[in-house]
Design a protein. Structure first.
Ligand SMILES: Nc1ncnc2c1ncn2[C@@H]1O[C@H](COP(=O)(O)OP(=O)(O)OP(=O)(O)O)[C@@H](O)[C@H]1O
Ligand SMILES: [Mg+2]
Length: 454
């Protein structure tokens, strides 16, 4: 349901449009059905009353005593039931009026019956406003006989309101059914878009190389274009990487020649100063080339085409390599907290990042390097490399990620490791932090996402 209420979503738009359509349709049906029903029920009611007043006229006779009486009761038994709302009355000048048994109290206004034509009006009856019909007929001894028949208006109102209530309930039910089917139609219609968004999710997480699946003709061209774009993009990235690598390589030889020449120049007294400047510049250029070559190796953080990181398997080959590289140091792995985590990252990039941190720790540790995998919470994961070496001062920490920063000239290195590590972390969306802790110097890589699988 929550997906339906996302502001601006297609689902919400369709839902609003369908709701409006259903409300208008149902409203129109309600309005016209009650109007037509009221008209018809009123017409048939009036017809029935007219029939009754005619029947009353036919049944009325004079007894032997000259008084008014009916030859038989009216065919509708409701005229016999006290205060039933159905009444009749016959009056003639100088004679005792005759009234239906239902009319226990009150009387009808005989003035409604003042012509041989049947007339009707709304009058006050014995039990409230009444639809009254009447006509006159000449009495045998002179004067008029007034035939009046009346039915409570409330009877008609009751019929109409009971119909309206039933119709309203039925239409509300129909409206709910239409809305439910409307929702089902929305979901059915938008299902291919849901599949598309899942396919994009798989592509983003590196589970697929392109948008997979069959799509309806309306969106199939879009999917084909997107796939073409994804492939083109991957090819472009790969090509650019090769070109960057080629460029860096092609600069190496001229640079070596220039360095050679500068060194030779430095052997002469006049050229010593210039040689120093040239050598410094050549060193800076060499550093940049190495840096760009290293950068070209990692995958720019694009998750598609990536193989995912399975922990701690990814760490084991790196640790074996580090033990060979720094044989006098102990490398320990602690993955007890999360022994089967899968991260939606490129494992080559992640391994490169861990290698840089473990190599530094191996270089500066006194005896021991510890690699820990910590699952802080369901959406946060940290890899921490701790060594028992001297660590860095605050001043060094603030420059540690700069290209070429080296604070210990005794150990070999080009000062590029941490700069590259920072680039990889940024590209993968990871947080890389260095700190001096009571347990030693620590480099932590933190990953925050709801996409961590355990
Ligand atoms: N674990 C550590 N303990 C103490 N100092 C460190 C540690 N890691 C890095 N450093 C300091 O930070 C500097 C920069 O490290 P970085 O990895 O960038 O370069 P590098 O190790 O000197 O050379 P490279 O990694 O390019 O071979 C190092 O020269 C060192 O002075
Ligand atoms: Mg290093």
């Amino acid at each position: 349901m929550s997906r339906l209420l996302v502001p601006g979503s297609l689902r919400l738009r369709f839902l609003l449009a369908i709701s409006l359509w259903v409300v208008l349709g149902i409203g129109a049906i309600w309005f016209s059905a009650t109007g037509i029903f009221t008209k018809h029920i009123e017409a048939s009611y009036h017809e029935e009353l007219e029939v009754h007043v005619r029947e009353l006229g036919r049944l009325a006779t004079f007894g032997e005593d000259g008084e008014l009486r009916l030859s038989r009761p009216l065919s509708d038994p409701r005229y016999e039931e006290p205060m039933s709302g159905f009444y009749w009355q016959i009056t003639a000048d100088g004679r005792k009026p005759l009234r239906s048994q239902s009319m226990v109290i009150g009387k009808l206004d005989e003035q409604i019956a003042h012509s041989p034509e049947i007339l009707h009006t709304l009058e006050k009856g014995p039990s409230g406003p009444a639809i009254t019909y009447g006509f006159t007929r000449p009495a045998p001894g002179g004067g008029d006989i007034h035939f009046v028949i009346a039915t409570d208006q409330s009877e008609l109102d009751r019929l109409i309101s009971s119909f309206t209530r039933d119709l309203t309930l039925w239409l509300v039910g129909l409206g709910a059914l239409l809305l439910a089917t409307g929702l089902a139609i929305i979901n059915f219609g938008l299902y291919p878009l849901d599949r598309l968004s899942q396919a994009i999710g798989r592509l983003r997480h590196g589970d697929a190389y392109e948008l997979e699946g069959e799509y309806p003709v309306e969106i199939a061209p879009l999917v084909a274009d997107l796939n073409a774009y994804v492939h083109q993009n991957a090819e472009m990235v790969a090509k650019s990487r090769v070109q960057a690598g080629n460029l860096a390589h092609s600069l190496r030889t001229p640079l070596a020649v220039m360095t050679d020449e500068a060194e030779r120049l430095g052997e002469t007294a006049a050229g010593a100063e210039s040689s120093k400047v040239l050598l410094d510049q050549a060193r800076a250029m060499k550093q940049q080339i190495e840096y760009q070559l290293a950068r070209a190796r990692f995958s720019t953080g694009q998750p598609y085409n990536a193989r995912r990181v399975h922990l701690p398997e990814v760490a084991e080959p790196i640790l074996r390599a580090m033990k060979r590289l720094h044989p006098d140091k102990r490398f320990l792995l602690d993955a007890s907290q999360c022994d089967s985590v899968v991260l939606p990252l490129d494992d080559v990039d992640y391994s490169e990042l861990l290698s840089i941190l473990l190599d530094n720790a191996g270089k500066w540790a006194k005896r021991e390097v510890r690699l820990e995998f910590l699952c802080d919470s369901s959406s946060s994961f940290t890899a921490r490399v701790t060594d028992d070496g001297p660590g860095m001062s605050e001043q060094e920490l603030s420059h540690a990620f700069e290209i070429g920063s080296r604070f210990d000239q005794e150990k070999g290195g080009s000062g590029l490791g941490l700069a590259i590590a920072r680039d990889i972390a940024d590209a993968l969306g990871l947080l890389l932090e260095l700190s001096n802790t009571p347990a030693g110097f620590a480099a932590s890589v933190c990953f925050r996402s709801s996409e961590i699988n355990r």
